[in-house]
Design a binder for this molecule. Structure first.
Ligand SMILES: [Zn+2]
Length: 202
């Protein structure tokens, strides 16, 4: 039984059980007999799109040297990695890219925080939109007020004041024999002036 196990172990030289002493560190380098952290991703090959091997910085360059990116042909060493990865004889070799990061990314770890940030962002956005809308509405009212007083929007406070006085006299009922229309014009003039005054134009 013991000899059988030895043969079996000999066929599968590396143990894939994660070492608990490695703690939160990432997966190991997938180079034979290397215990470094597999921090670098290398493509398995052209016929295994999306499959990656993980290597330490030293071995990723070794691996890359053996891999011809132009012809997408690899040397015997690389071919071995590809074959083994494809056959699944080493299940941890060749990791699907979408499953490659077993270490949770900071963004996915605290989804609550991300949610909170998003909701804060959304609130800020809607507040900004509301403020912009109020501003636009105000601009329209101001523009109408200037128009009503027969002034251009860049009129000075003095110009607004003198124009206002002029219009008050012009539309005053006493000056128009109690004409209903002039009464409306007077009210419109007062309203327009009020808007400009409230918004600091005069
Ligand atoms: Zn290595």
């Amino acid at each position: 039984m013991t000899s059988d196990s030895k043969i079996f172990v000999g066929l599968r030289p590396t143990r894939k059980k994660p070492d608990p002493h490695r703690g939160p560190k990432g997966p190991k380098c997938q180079w034979d007999g290397c215990d470094e952290e597999g921090t670098h991703r290398a493509p398995v090959g052209a016929d295994a799109e999306g499959l990656y091997l993980l290597f330490c910085p030293r071995h990723v360059s070794e691996y890359s040297k053996g891999y011809n990116f132009v012809t997408k042909l690899s040397d015997p060493l690389t071919a071995r990695y590809q074959r083994e990865a494809a056959s699944g004889s080493r299940p941890t070799w060749g990791t699907r890219i979408d499953q490659a990061s077993e270490i949770p990314l900071p963004s996915s770890v605290r989804s609550g925080t991300a949610k909170a940030i998003n909701s804060r962002k959304n609130t800020a956005q809607s507040q900004a939109a509301r403020a912009a809308f109020q501003l636009r509405k105000l601009k329209v009212l101001e523009a109408k007020a200037f128009e009503r007083l027969g002034l251009s929007p860049d009129a000075t406070p003095d110009e607004i004041k003198s124009r206002y006085k002029q219009l008050l006299k012009m539309h005053h009922p006493d000056a128009n024999d109690g004409d209903r229309k002039s009464e409306d014009s007077l009210r419109a003039t007062i309203d327009a002036h009020k808007i400009l005054k409230l918004n600091g134009f005069c």
